[in-house]
Design a protein around this ligand. Structure first.
Ligand code: ATP
Length: 503
């Protein structure tokens, strides 16, 4: 799996998906640039999210708020006082870690051991295997799972204590070693604020301290009443937004999984007080369905219900994805109560209430939010799609089986040879398709090599112009995943692509 992850990272670079930021200066830690293919994949994920959230729900609208906000926003939201992560240093290696992540990784290893046992048994028992029965009776699996649960619940408890002493005690008791050097010589655990500060104004004296937003949600809360009034929205309704967020993460690792500058896709859904848990369940299911619709394997998703709740929440769950380094948070669904709107009322002195005509009264709505990291979704798609596929004989091919609807380039148009008028026909096909689809032209090397190149870049279709095209206006269309080819009329190409890859 570690191997697979390394392949994903190098493939992302080699095929123009992700580059390290300012690479000629050796990069900047946990900051990345999206390259020519990456920008398309990212745009398509964002678009798929936006259409499913905003266009598919008549009571959800979008906004695009600023990254810079009035500094009181972050006082009110609790970020100035409480947006911290527990930090621990290793005294020997002088390396810095997030204490909770060290413990979570330890717990995840226990889960991986359990999964190994399950896999082994599956192989041994074949069709007779009853997984539920096995996991509830097999002594080692039961022990791994129980231990894992206990560790996570002890961690939640010790993290909520003011002094964080028990967090360090737990790390020592579990014998967790520094992942880089193996040393177990830890400092005390302390809180570290993750917000990036900056200044507004020209002169040092008059400058105001600002923060780069650490989440997009607050831009929605402060605009709640503006949108409600101008959009004549009735509760329940939602506001959606995609945009950059910044966090000075303590350990930035795992490629684009944890970045210092990243993009979120969030939706805040405003509901009647008392209805929030019903909507919380609704959005958990709806968001899981969205993930499933991409066909990346149901077994690769699971819910993780939070035991330790953030200061603003009364229920919270993550949708976790099976990344190459284990199951990790991809999206959060949080029931945020009226915490944020009430806090903004208090700090701004402005009412943020809705007059409910059915109830004939004013109230501060409750909020259920769905929050997904666009870059994390990108990593989920990329790592799930990359395959080294064995072919007949000894050969293999590298293929990026990105869901067609998200693929950067939808089709490559290939003249079989660089003469006999075939390139001209290919150019004409491109002219017909390029407004609706991102298509590419490739005439270099033998057609087999070109197919391989497109497979590795994730292009779902290759359209080949050959000598028969000149006689009957047909081309072959090759499917990336099945490698099957079919002859169809040029006039049918657009419809054909539309069926499988348009939004
Ligand atoms: P984590 O526990 O992994 O730090 P979080 O619980 O702090 O994440 P939220 O504040 O709930 O995350 O943010 C919502 C989503 O934003 C996450 O589910 C994740 O997909 C994404 N996200 C958060 N932090 C980062 C980051 N540093 N880099 C990339 N994506 C991130």
């Amino acid at each position: 799996n570690e191997d697979h992850f390394k392949k994903v990272v190098s493939h992302a670079k080699e095929y123009g998906y992700v580059f390290a930021s300012s690479e000629i200066y050796d990069g900047l830690s946990a900051v990345y640039d999206y390259a020519q293919n990456g920008v398309e994949l990212k745009k398509n994920i964002r678009e798929y999210w936006w259409r499913s959230m905003v266009y598919m729900h008549q009571n959800i609208v979008g906004i695009d708020a600023s990254i810079l906000m009035h500094p009181t926003t972050w006082k009110a939201s609790g970020h100035v006082d409480a947006f911290t992560d527990p930090l621990i240093d290793n005294k020997d290696s002088k390396k810095r870690y997030r204490a909770d992540v060290l413990i979570e990784d330890y717990a995840e290893k226990l889960e991986q051991k359990a999964q190994k046992e399950i896999k082994k048994a599956k192989k041994r028992f074949g069709d007779d295997f009853d997984e539920n029965e096995f996991v509830s009776t097999h002594p080692r699996v039961v022990r791994y799972r129980e231990e894992q649960k206990e560790i996570l619940s002890r961690m939640a408890k010790s993290l909520s204590a003011e002094d964080l002493k028990d967090v360090k005690a737990l790390i020592e008791e579990l014998g967790i070693a520094c992942p880089d050097t193996g040393s177990k010589n830890w400092t005390d655990v302390r809180q570290f604020n993750l917000m990036f500060g900056t200044k507004l104004g020209a002169s040092a004296e008059s400058a105001t301290d600002l923060y780069l937003r650490p989440e997009t949600a607050q831009g929605i809360f402060v605009n709640f009443l503006n949108v409600q009034k101008t959009g004549r929205m009735k509760i329940p309704f939602g506001i959606a937004q995609t945009g950059k967020a910044f966090r000075n993460e303590i350990v930035a690792r795992q490629f684009i999984f944890r970045m210092r500058e990243f993009e979120q896709m969030e939706m805040q859904f405003f509901v009647r007080p008392g209805d929030e848990l019903k909507w919380y369940e609704y959005w958990k299911e709806t968001r899981l369905k969205w993930h499933m619709s991409l066909g990346m394997g149901e077994e690769n998703y699971r819910f993780h219900d939070h035991e330790k709740l953030a200061h603003y929440a009364n229920a919270a769950a993550d949708i976790e994805f099976n990344f190459p380094f284990g199951f990790k948070e991809l999206e959060g669904i949080h029931s945020r109560t009226d915490f944020d709107l009430k806090a903004h009322e208090e700090h701004s002195g402005k009412k943020l209430q809705f007059f409910d005509p059915e109830m004939n009264k004013n109230y501060v709505p409750y909020v259920v939010e769905t929050s997904i990291g666009l870059d994390r979704m990108f990593l989920a798609v990329l790592s799930n799609s990359l395959e080294e596929e064995a072919l007949e004989g000894d050969s293999t091919r590298t293929v990026l089986k990105i869901p067609a609807i998200l693929a950067p380039t939808k089709a490559a148009i290939l003249p079989l040879v660089k003469k006999d008028g075939l390139p001209e026909i290919a150019e004409k096909i491109i002219e017909d398709l390029q407004w609706d689809y991102n298509v590419a032209y490739d005439e270099k090397d033998a057609v087999g090599r070109r197919y391989r190149r497109q497979d590795a870049a994730g292009t779902p279709y290759c359209i080949t112009v050959d000598h028969q095209t000149k006689e009957d206006n047909t081309v072959t269309i090759r499917d990336r995943d099945t490698m099957e080819q079919e002859r169809i009329a040029i006039s049918e190409l657009s419809e054909r692509l539309k069926k499988s890859i348009s939004f």
